[in-house]
Design a protein around this ligand. Structure first.
Ligand code: CMP
Length: 133
């Protein structure tokens, strides 16, 4: 089924000019970039975006990190886009990510793991709405 999902190129990857390389990877793997914009969000906005993680010990660092520099937010569309994107990203921790995945190739650490992707169709809708109202 054709789905949409939200993808973010995080500050560590934007800083290293990986935007075009990552976008090409999505397009070459059947995920169409329907919308894309570069934004810099505040810490409050980052905390709002990651609200599902508010009880986790890493929440504060996560909010600081996502708001630390420009990010690229994108709507990706394709067959089973949510799961497909998660497979292309690889495991959250780059050390555990499968070879050839985005996080294995570009991720620096579990925090600076280069990309974010929605974890369900439902959350995808919420996350898309967060950035593209
Ligand atoms: P992301 O997919 O953007 O969703 C939440 C982020 O929290 C995750 O990527 C990681 O970058 C970050 N994070 C930091 N520490 C952890 C942890 N121990 N477990 C899971 N995610 C973590």
């Amino acid at each position: 089924m054709t789905e949409q999902t939200l993808s973010i190129i995080k500050p560590d990857a934007v800083e290293r000019n990986l935007e075009n390389e990552i976008k090409l990877f999505f397009e070459n793997n059947n995920l169409k970039i329907v919308k894309s914009k570069k934004v810099k969000i505040s810490k409050d906005e980052a905390c709002q975006f990651y609200k599902v993680h508010q009880t986790k010990p890493f929440y504060n660092d996560l909010c600081n990190y996502l708001s630390s520099g420009p990010i690229i937010v994108m709507i990706l569309e394709g067959e089973n886009a949510v799961l497909h994107n998660r497979k292309l990203m690889g495991a959250t921790d780059p050390k555990k990510a499968e070879k050839g995945t985005l996080r294995e190739k570009y991720g620096i650490s579990i925090d600076k793991n280069s990309v974010h992707g929605s974890d369900s169709v439902e959350n995808g809708k919420i996350e898309i709405n967060f950035f593209f109202k």
